[in-house]
Design a protein around this ligand. Structure first.
Ligand SMILES: CCC1=C(C)/C(=C/C2=NC(=C\c3[nH]c(/C=C4\NC(=O)[C@H](C)[C@H]4CC)c(C)c3CCC(=O)O)/C(CCC(=O)O)=C2C)NC1=O
Length: 169
């Protein structure tokens, strides 16, 4: 698992170089958003259950077939599995936000995920919609809490969306 600082140092060390201006600018960007990253992660921790529940109901309103007979989230077990997956995406996104790096998502969440979903018939397009809804909710809550620039919140969510859909978002 890596973060913004270790990734950068690793990069420079592999070339035997001192940190240059580019490196220091990128570190400055990370530290400048550091407090905001922790604030958003704290907000996510406090409101995770609420966010997952609200995002799931919005998803099921948008794609009602999912919870009808024959839908992948139909039956209590699969409904619960779907909400649990959404909770995974939210929790690991909060880690990646603090780390300022998406490596934790690659290692812990995304590895083999498409294959698992395909073999179980879990549809990827609505999963993407669900993650997008959570991203928008987190950003809206951060803005409500008075945060002016919430653009850094996009990074982990967009990373998952990109990897899942394998198209640029
Ligand atoms: C921490 C990393 C991690 C991830 C990401 C993860 C995902 C994950 N989701 C699964 C299943 C599932 N995932 C879903 C999700 C959905 N179905 C839908 O229609 C919706 C679109 C969507 C919710 C948004 C469902 C319904 C299942 C159960 C499928 C089945 O067993 O038939 C499974 C198969 C095993 C199981 O049921 O637990 C895995 C491994 N597991 C992990 O350990």
């Amino acid at each position: 698992m890596r973060d913004a600082v270790t990734t950068l140092i690793r990069n420079y060390d592999s070339r035997g170089r001192y940190l240059d201006q580019l490196a220091l600018d990128s570190l400055k960007g990370y530290f400048d958003t550091g407090l905001a990253r922790v604030q958003v992660a704290t907000m996510i921790s406090a409101k995770a259950a609420e966010i997952v529940k609200a995002a799931a109901s919005q998803l099921f309103e948008t794609v009602p077939e999912l919870i009808r007979p024959g839908g992948n989230a139909y039956t209590t077990r699969r409904y619960a599995a779907c909400l649990r997956d959404m909770d995974y995406y939210l929790r690991y996104s909060s880690y990646a936000l603090v780390a300022g790096n998406e490596n934790v998502l690659d290692e812990r969440v995304l590895q083999g995920l498409r294959e698992t979903y395909n073999s179980l018939g879990v549809p990827i397009a609505p999963t993407v919609v669900g993650i997008q809804i959570m991203k928008d909710m987190v950003k809206a809550k951060a803005a409500e809490a008075g945060m002016e620039d919430t653009s850094f919140v996009d990074q982990p969510f967009d990373h998952i969306l990109r990897e899942l859909s394998e198209v640029s978002v």
